[in-house]
Design a protein around this ligand. Sequence first.
Ligand code: SF4
Length: 240
Amino acid sequence: MGVDLICQEPKVCSFDCVYCQLGKTDRKTTIREQFVDTEVVRNELDRVLSITEIDSLTFSGMGEPTLANNLAEIVNYIKETYPVKTAILTNSSLLGDNDILEALYGVDSVVAKLDACNQASFKKINRPLKGLLFEEMLDNIKRFKYNYHGKLALQIMFINDNEPFVKQIVKIAYEIDPDEIQINTPLRPCGVMPLSKERIAAICQEFRGFKNVISVYTSNKPEVSAIDLEEVRKRKRPEP
Ligand code: SF4
Protein backbone atom coordinates (compact mmCIF):
# COMPACT_ATOMS: atom_id res chain seq x y z
CA MET A 1 0.00 0.00 0.00
CA GLY A 2 1.26 3.44 -0.87
CA VAL A 3 1.45 6.21 1.72
CA ASP A 4 1.56 9.73 0.30
CA LEU A 5 2.78 12.31 2.81
CA ILE A 6 2.57 15.11 0.23
CA CYS A 7 -0.89 14.38 -1.11
CA GLN A 8 -1.43 17.59 -3.03
CA GLU A 9 -1.49 18.88 -6.57
CA PRO A 10 0.62 20.12 -8.18
CA LYS A 11 3.32 17.72 -7.04
CA VAL A 12 6.19 18.97 -4.87
CA CYS A 13 9.67 17.79 -5.78
CA SER A 14 13.32 18.83 -5.96
CA PHE A 15 13.47 17.40 -9.50
CA ASP A 16 11.50 17.85 -12.68
CA CYS A 17 12.39 14.60 -14.44
CA VAL A 18 11.69 14.59 -18.18
CA TYR A 19 9.81 11.31 -17.79
CA CYS A 20 7.76 12.14 -14.68
CA GLN A 21 4.29 10.64 -14.94
CA LEU A 22 2.97 13.36 -12.63
CA GLY A 23 3.67 16.10 -15.18
CA LYS A 24 5.81 19.20 -14.81
CA THR A 25 7.10 20.28 -11.37
CA ASP A 26 5.67 23.70 -10.59
CA ARG A 27 6.85 23.60 -6.98
CA LYS A 28 10.52 22.69 -7.22
CA THR A 29 12.04 22.86 -3.74
CA THR A 30 14.30 21.27 -1.16
CA ILE A 31 12.51 22.94 1.75
CA ARG A 32 10.77 20.45 3.97
CA GLU A 33 7.35 21.02 5.47
CA GLN A 34 4.38 19.18 6.91
CA PHE A 35 2.01 18.67 3.99
CA VAL A 36 -0.47 16.42 5.80
CA ASP A 37 -1.11 16.69 9.51
CA THR A 38 0.54 13.78 11.38
CA GLU A 39 -2.66 13.03 13.27
CA VAL A 40 -4.60 12.80 9.99
CA VAL A 41 -2.05 10.33 8.59
CA ARG A 42 -2.14 8.21 11.76
CA ASN A 43 -5.95 8.09 11.74
CA GLU A 44 -6.03 7.16 8.06
CA LEU A 45 -3.46 4.40 8.61
CA ASP A 46 -5.44 3.06 11.56
CA ARG A 47 -8.64 3.11 9.52
CA VAL A 48 -7.21 1.35 6.47
CA LEU A 49 -5.10 -1.16 8.38
CA SER A 50 -8.11 -2.16 10.47
CA ILE A 51 -10.03 -3.24 7.35
CA THR A 52 -7.28 -4.34 4.94
CA GLU A 53 -4.55 -6.93 5.18
CA ILE A 54 -1.32 -5.21 4.21
CA ASP A 55 2.15 -6.76 4.13
CA SER A 56 4.09 -3.64 3.25
CA LEU A 57 3.72 0.13 3.13
CA THR A 58 5.59 2.24 0.58
CA PHE A 59 6.14 5.97 0.93
CA SER A 60 5.76 7.60 -2.48
CA GLY A 61 3.16 9.80 -4.13
CA MET A 62 2.79 13.37 -5.37
CA GLY A 63 6.47 14.26 -5.34
CA GLU A 64 9.55 13.53 -3.25
CA PRO A 65 8.44 11.88 0.03
CA THR A 66 11.51 12.96 2.03
CA LEU A 67 10.28 16.56 1.70
CA ALA A 68 7.60 15.72 4.30
CA ASN A 69 9.10 16.74 7.64
CA ASN A 70 6.82 14.34 9.56
CA LEU A 71 8.30 11.30 7.76
CA ALA A 72 10.30 10.12 10.80
CA GLU A 73 7.27 10.48 13.09
CA ILE A 74 5.10 8.41 10.76
CA VAL A 75 7.79 5.77 10.21
CA ASN A 76 8.19 5.40 13.98
CA TYR A 77 4.44 5.20 14.51
CA ILE A 78 4.11 2.41 11.93
CA LYS A 79 7.05 0.50 13.40
CA GLU A 80 5.65 0.71 16.92
CA THR A 81 2.08 -0.12 15.94
CA TYR A 82 1.96 -2.53 12.98
CA PRO A 83 3.94 -5.63 11.95
CA VAL A 84 4.36 -4.42 8.36
CA LYS A 85 7.46 -3.85 6.28
CA THR A 86 8.13 -0.33 5.07
CA ALA A 87 9.76 0.98 1.91
CA ILE A 88 10.35 4.40 0.40
CA LEU A 89 11.01 5.66 -3.12
CA THR A 90 13.34 8.65 -3.04
CA ASN A 91 15.02 10.71 -5.73
CA SER A 92 18.21 10.68 -3.57
CA SER A 93 18.57 14.47 -3.59
CA LEU A 94 18.19 15.01 0.15
CA LEU A 95 20.34 12.21 1.56
CA GLY A 96 22.72 14.78 3.03
CA ASP A 97 20.09 15.90 5.55
CA ASN A 98 20.56 14.28 8.96
CA ASP A 99 16.87 14.37 9.89
CA ILE A 100 16.01 12.59 6.65
CA LEU A 101 18.75 10.02 7.23
CA GLU A 102 17.37 9.27 10.70
CA ALA A 103 13.92 8.69 9.15
CA LEU A 104 15.31 6.46 6.40
CA TYR A 105 17.35 4.33 8.80
CA GLY A 106 14.00 3.23 10.25
CA VAL A 107 12.62 2.11 6.87
CA ASP A 108 13.18 -1.52 5.82
CA SER A 109 13.87 -0.82 2.18
CA VAL A 110 15.02 2.33 0.39
CA VAL A 111 14.71 2.62 -3.38
CA ALA A 112 17.04 5.42 -4.49
CA LYS A 113 16.92 7.02 -7.92
CA LEU A 114 20.07 7.39 -10.00
CA ASP A 115 19.58 8.14 -13.71
CA ALA A 116 22.70 10.13 -14.55
CA CYS A 117 26.46 9.76 -14.57
CA ASN A 118 27.55 13.41 -14.34
CA GLN A 119 26.19 16.91 -13.76
CA ALA A 120 25.30 17.42 -17.43
CA SER A 121 23.17 14.30 -17.72
CA PHE A 122 21.71 14.96 -14.24
CA LYS A 123 20.57 18.42 -15.42
CA LYS A 124 19.22 17.08 -18.69
CA ILE A 125 17.24 14.12 -17.30
CA ASN A 126 16.29 15.06 -13.74
CA ARG A 127 16.29 18.87 -14.17
CA PRO A 128 17.07 19.36 -10.45
CA LEU A 129 16.56 22.51 -8.40
CA LYS A 130 19.41 24.96 -9.08
CA GLY A 131 22.31 24.24 -6.72
CA LEU A 132 21.83 20.48 -6.48
CA LEU A 133 25.05 18.78 -7.51
CA PHE A 134 25.39 15.30 -8.95
CA GLU A 135 28.72 14.50 -7.24
CA GLU A 136 27.37 15.58 -3.86
CA MET A 137 24.27 13.42 -4.32
CA LEU A 138 26.44 10.46 -5.29
CA ASP A 139 28.64 10.86 -2.20
CA ASN A 140 25.49 11.01 -0.07
CA ILE A 141 24.13 7.79 -1.58
CA LYS A 142 27.45 6.01 -0.93
CA ARG A 143 27.57 7.26 2.65
CA PHE A 144 23.98 6.21 3.16
CA LYS A 145 24.69 2.70 1.88
CA TYR A 146 27.63 2.42 4.27
CA ASN A 147 25.55 3.32 7.33
CA TYR A 148 22.21 1.74 6.43
CA HIS A 149 21.23 -1.73 7.65
CA GLY A 150 18.15 -2.22 5.46
CA LYS A 151 17.90 -3.08 1.77
CA LEU A 152 19.08 -0.41 -0.66
CA ALA A 153 17.84 -0.70 -4.24
CA LEU A 154 19.15 1.58 -6.96
CA GLN A 155 16.40 2.49 -9.41
CA ILE A 156 17.60 3.64 -12.82
CA MET A 157 15.20 4.97 -15.44
CA PHE A 158 16.69 4.40 -18.87
CA ILE A 159 15.62 6.60 -21.77
CA ASN A 160 17.34 7.71 -24.98
CA ASP A 161 19.30 10.38 -23.07
CA ASN A 162 21.16 8.08 -20.69
CA GLU A 163 21.33 4.85 -22.69
CA PRO A 164 24.71 5.87 -24.20
CA PHE A 165 26.10 6.24 -20.65
CA VAL A 166 25.16 2.80 -19.41
CA LYS A 167 28.77 1.72 -18.82
CA GLN A 168 29.47 4.83 -16.72
CA ILE A 169 26.29 4.20 -14.71
CA VAL A 170 27.31 0.56 -14.15
CA LYS A 171 30.69 1.77 -12.83
CA ILE A 172 28.96 4.19 -10.44
CA ALA A 173 26.58 1.44 -9.32
CA TYR A 174 29.58 -0.74 -8.39
CA GLU A 175 30.90 2.12 -6.26
CA ILE A 176 27.56 2.34 -4.43
CA ASP A 177 27.22 -1.45 -4.09
CA PRO A 178 23.40 -1.60 -3.70
CA ASP A 179 21.51 -4.75 -2.69
CA GLU A 180 19.40 -4.57 -5.83
CA ILE A 181 19.39 -2.85 -9.21
CA GLN A 182 16.02 -1.91 -10.69
CA ILE A 183 16.13 -1.16 -14.43
CA ASN A 184 13.20 0.95 -15.56
CA THR A 185 11.94 2.71 -18.65
CA PRO A 186 8.83 4.91 -18.67
CA LEU A 187 5.88 2.76 -19.69
CA ARG A 188 3.25 5.36 -18.91
CA PRO A 189 2.54 8.38 -21.13
CA CYS A 190 4.98 11.17 -20.28
CA GLY A 191 6.35 12.75 -23.45
CA VAL A 192 9.45 10.52 -23.43
CA MET A 193 9.51 7.27 -25.36
CA PRO A 194 10.34 4.08 -23.44
CA LEU A 195 13.22 1.88 -24.58
CA SER A 196 12.21 -1.38 -26.23
CA LYS A 197 12.37 -4.76 -24.47
CA GLU A 198 15.47 -5.60 -26.51
CA ARG A 199 17.32 -2.42 -25.52
CA ILE A 200 16.43 -2.89 -21.86
CA ALA A 201 17.57 -6.53 -22.07
CA ALA A 202 20.93 -5.31 -23.46
CA ILE A 203 21.22 -2.81 -20.61
CA CYS A 204 20.47 -5.57 -18.07
CA GLN A 205 23.36 -7.53 -19.60
CA GLU A 206 25.68 -4.66 -18.71
CA PHE A 207 24.60 -5.08 -15.08
CA ARG A 208 25.17 -8.86 -15.10
CA GLY A 209 27.90 -8.56 -12.44
CA PHE A 210 25.27 -7.65 -9.83
CA LYS A 211 23.47 -10.34 -7.85
CA ASN A 212 19.96 -8.88 -8.01
CA VAL A 213 18.91 -7.11 -11.17
CA ILE A 214 15.25 -6.66 -11.96
CA SER A 215 13.81 -5.11 -15.08
CA VAL A 216 10.50 -3.36 -15.62
CA TYR A 217 9.72 -5.76 -18.49
CA THR A 218 10.47 -9.03 -16.74
CA SER A 219 9.83 -8.50 -13.02
CA ASN A 220 6.86 -10.20 -11.39
CA LYS A 221 4.28 -7.57 -10.71
CA PRO A 222 2.38 -8.27 -7.50
CA GLU A 223 -1.40 -8.37 -7.70
CA VAL A 224 -2.76 -5.12 -6.31
CA SER A 225 -6.16 -3.55 -5.96
CA ALA A 226 -7.14 0.06 -5.40
CA ILE A 227 -8.36 1.15 -1.99
CA ASP A 228 -9.39 4.50 -3.48
CA LEU A 229 -9.76 4.48 -7.29
CA GLU A 230 -10.01 8.24 -7.59
CA GLU A 231 -6.67 8.72 -5.80
CA VAL A 232 -5.05 6.10 -8.05
CA ARG A 233 -6.31 7.89 -11.18
CA LYS A 234 -4.75 11.14 -10.01
CA ARG A 235 -1.30 9.54 -9.72
CA LYS A 236 -1.22 7.21 -12.68
CA ARG A 237 -2.19 8.16 -16.17
CA PRO A 238 -3.43 5.08 -18.04
CA GLU A 239 -0.95 2.90 -19.89
CA PRO A 240 -1.32 3.14 -23.70
S1 SF4 B 1 11.81 12.61 -8.72
FE1 SF4 B 1 9.94 11.43 -9.07
S2 SF4 B 1 8.26 12.84 -8.57
FE2 SF4 B 1 10.11 14.07 -8.81
S3 SF4 B 1 10.05 14.77 -10.91
FE3 SF4 B 1 11.29 12.89 -10.86
S4 SF4 B 1 9.87 11.22 -11.29
FE4 SF4 B 1 8.65 13.02 -10.75
